[in-house]
Ligand binder design. Sequence first.
Ligand code: H2U
Length: 354
Amino acid sequence: MAEKFDPKEHQHTRYNPLKDEWVLVSPHRMKRPWKGQVEKKPTEDTPRHDPKNPLCPRATRAHGDVNPDYARTFVFENDFPALLQAGAPEPSPSEHPLFQSAPAIGSCQVMCFHPWSDITLPLMSLTEIKAVVDKWAEMTSDLGSKFKWVQIFENKGAVMGCSNPHPHCQVWGSNFMPNEPRIKDRTQREYYKTHGTPMLVEYAKMEAEKKERIVVENDTWLAVVPYWAMWPFETMLLPRRHVLRLPDLTDEERNGLADIIKRLCIKYDNLFETSFPYSMGWHGAPTGESLNEDNSHWQLHALYFPPLLRSATVRKFMVGYEMMAQAQRDLTAEQAAERLRNLPDVHYKGTVNE
Ligand code: H2U
């Protein structure tokens, strides 16, 4: 008799309906030895206040602006913005379909989460994290009134290209839809048209029932390792209610979000007993002129893409097959969720800010 398929043992591919992509899952490869590059462990001796760090309260930034003595969150215009507001010359209309360009206008802001450089989200109090959530919502409204897309993203850890240890994220508004949300707009719209229900609302409902990919949950939010996850310990935050954008969250949902961020990031840090690196970001319905359109097909969600694979120093590389063909992973999404779920709820460093 033929052997029965077991997703924990046998190779297969999984479909990511949000990106219209497939991922190759090869759990039988989990046992291979690692002889590749080893990363440096992040330093844990960041001073609480460094007058030379341009993100600290009272510090002077690159072009001479002095930060206020801020006590909670602090937002400033990036001194080296990738996108400038109107004023720069625009490209002329494309003459050939193979050589297209378009005007790019936007605004780049930096948001500090906390006045201390030696603290991270999992070690901040719920009140402090809630202030970050409120500020994210406020910035989405402000930039969203001008721009089609507002991208909030956090690069955490030097391995993810974070240039400064101070807890912060960036918020870029643009007059165009970047590639990732542009694809998600199409896939969610098509799903809604075919099935009459928003893709990720349906997905969250099913994950809440199945439980096997849930890492942490509360009354208003779920944190799951998506069925189609690409990165070994990738997670997605999903509200239980149908919510289009961050500013639409109720106060209860914002408190719930602070709670789930803290609990998820504690698990992440506890996994390899290190300040866990990742890139995270928010995707919700487009803004600007889209604020007046029907965007019922969208569901707000956050993504965490951590690069680590098997220790604080061994990372997953998205190279060769991933660059040339498609993403590949060894550990299944269910195994990753189970490992994270079973970790302690208390940070390995103890509590810092309650
Ligand atoms: P990252 O660590 O995610 O790169 O974010 C830090 C940002 O802070 C970075 O985009 C900006 C950098 O341009 N920055 C300033 O705007 N002014 C400064 O004086 C230093 C850093």
